[in-house]
Design a protein around this ligand. Structure first.
Ligand SMILES: *Cc1c(COP(=O)(O)O)cnc(C)c1O
Length: 395
């Protein structure tokens, strides 16, 4: 379940649907990745960076007041405390080490909210590599502080003006650039894209569940929870959270995708609920599309969850009912963000707030002795304007 078959499929989802011109690049990447993941010197360099540069292990925090509110035991996995503010840096550092190993000197990336762009620009500054970030023009305007950070870190930010001018369009442009520049390494920011990207990104994020296992053991004397909860955009923080627990049937796994204004509103990003089988950005998955296969533009208050597809592993896990998936609407996520802030003094990213909103939906299934682990994928600094606007509207 955590790794695909030889051709990169999780059930019927995944694979590599790429133009001939990328075939060599992807084959070489696959070879380099499978070698690196079993090479102690690569893993040592990676783990040293996670510890001393990113600040891992991130805490597994027993949220006492939140637990009382939902009459169970809730532990928060604090990915918001990572350097650069989210889990994205775990993956960017893993891939940049691979790029270095492959002798690449130029890095490209796509970004939506800008978290992956900032993490990748950071990794490039650290390694002294050239960095180009593709970002939809709409997102460049609405995520201005992240654009400024990327520039300060030395990256070139390319505003993309096709389509909706958001994440999907930025990804199209990055793939286009990759096709005509085979000396470039493309760092994809989530468990999407052609095989081996979903497997590779899951692997680099799996440190999250390794730590959860160890920390639970230290704190409560057993190394698994009863419930795991995470938000799913492309699915990388969720795959990282689930990785070492997927085969453990004692663990119930719950994902939150972005409902937007509601499943039937025409303004949603809840791909697993409303998507049908299709191909996007080099892989087969559940996709929001019309009868002619035209992509329906997604909508979510959260730029990080605003994607018309979903990682192939998540489409599969939902299909075989290994995961239960909620669509969380904008207003429910906002309520959950304010609740966490008030009860625990933690301002979460609006993406992470979608996972927090699951607590209210699922609480009738929690027993007082249960252990619930929920990943807070990022911090809310980038979302303060959104939060303040809501506070002012409520006055
Ligand atoms: C990018 C992002 C997400 C969504 O991406 P996944 O690959 O699904 O994890 C969620 N939370 C934060 C804070 C992000 O920056």
């Amino acid at each position: 379940m955590k790794t695909p078959d030889e051709k990169g499929f999780y059930g019927i989802y995944g694979g590599a649907y790429i133009p001939e011109i990328l075939h060599d690049s992807v084959e070489r990447l696959k070879y380099a990745f499978y070698q690196a993941k079993n090479d102690p010197s690569f893993l040592k360099e990676y783990n040293d960076l996670l510890k001393n540069y990113v600040g891992r292990a991130t805490p597994l925090y027993y949220a006492k007041r939140l637990s009382k509110r939902y009459k169970t035991n809730i532990y928060l996995k604090r990915e918001d405390l990572n350097h650069t503010g989210s889990h994205k840096i775990n993956n960017s550092l893993g891939q940049i080490l691979l790029a270095k190993r492959m002798g690449k000197s130029r890095i490209i990336a796509e970004t939506g909210a800008g978290q992956h762009g900032v993490a990748t620009a950071t990794a490039c500054a650290l390694m002294g590599l050239e960095c180009i970030v593709f970002m939809g023009k709409t997102d460049v305007e609405r995520q201005f502080s992240n654009v400024q950070k990327m520039k300060m870190l030395g990256a070139e930010v390319v505003p993309v003006t096709s389509g909706n001018m958001t994440l999907k369009d930025a990804t199209n442009e990055a793939i286009r650039y990759w096709c005509s520049n085979s000396d470039t390494f493309y760092i994809i920011g989530s468990t999407v894209g052609p095989h081996p990207y979903p497997e590779m990104v899951s692997f680099f994020q799996s440190v999250i569940s390794s730590e959860i296992k160890q920390q639970l053991n230290e704190q409560i004397g057993r190394d698994y929870p009863d419930f795991l909860i995470a938000c799913v955009g492309g699915g990388s923080n969720a795959m990282g959270t689930y990785y070492h627990f997927l085969e453990d049937e004692r663990v119930k796994i719950i994902s939150a995708e972005a409902g937007g204004l509601g499943l039937n509103s025409g303004h949603t990003a809840a791909t697993i609920h409303v998507g049908t089988i299709g191909i996007i950005h080099g892989f087969k998955t559940l996709l929001m599309q019309d009868e002619d296969g035209q992509i329906i533009e997604p909508y979510s208050i959260s730029a990080g969850l605003d994607y018309p597809g979903v990682g192939p592993s998540h489409a599969y896990l939902a299909q075989i009912k290994r995961t239960k998936v909620y669509a969380i609407n904008d207003d429910e996520a906002l309520d959950a963000a304010f609740e966490l802030t008030k009860l625990e003094g933690i301002i979460p990213a609006i993406e992470s707030a979608h996972a927090l909103a699951v607590l209210a939906k699922e609480s009738e299934n929690f027993k007082p002795d249960d252990v619930v682990v929920l990943t807070v994928s990022g911090r809310g600094d980038k979302d303060i304007d959104t939060y303040i606007k809501i506070i002012n509207e409520k006055k």
